[in-house]
Design a protein around this ligand. Structure first.
Ligand code: FES
Length: 82
């Protein structure tokens, strides 16, 4: 793929990704392998968008429950992908 080559040739402070979760997981893994922080923008079904209904809840890697609508939608990759 293109991303490992880019990260090896360039000088990047952070990788930011959005899109399908399986792709973001792959991007986050490659960024981690290159020692570059990665931010991911999550997509979840949102009923209220205000933090009230919990329909967008996710479990973080440290065992917390967060709301994509209110706490995100952008999270550090290591916080949401194991
Ligand atoms: S959409 Fe209702 S809590 Fe996030």
């Amino acid at each position: 793929t293109v991303l490992p080559e880019l990260l090896e040739k360039g000088s990047y402070d952070v990788v930011v990704t959005c899109g399908p979760e399986i792709m973001m997981r792959g991007v986050a893994k490659i960024a981690k392998e290159h020692g570059i922080p990665c931010e991911v923008s999550l997509e979840k079904r949102m009923a209220c968008g205000l933090g009230a209904c919990l329909s967008c809840s996710i479990d973080t890697t440290d065992g917390q429950r967060k709301k994509v609508c209110k706490d995100g939608p952008v999270f550090p990759a290591e916080e949401v992908f194991a």
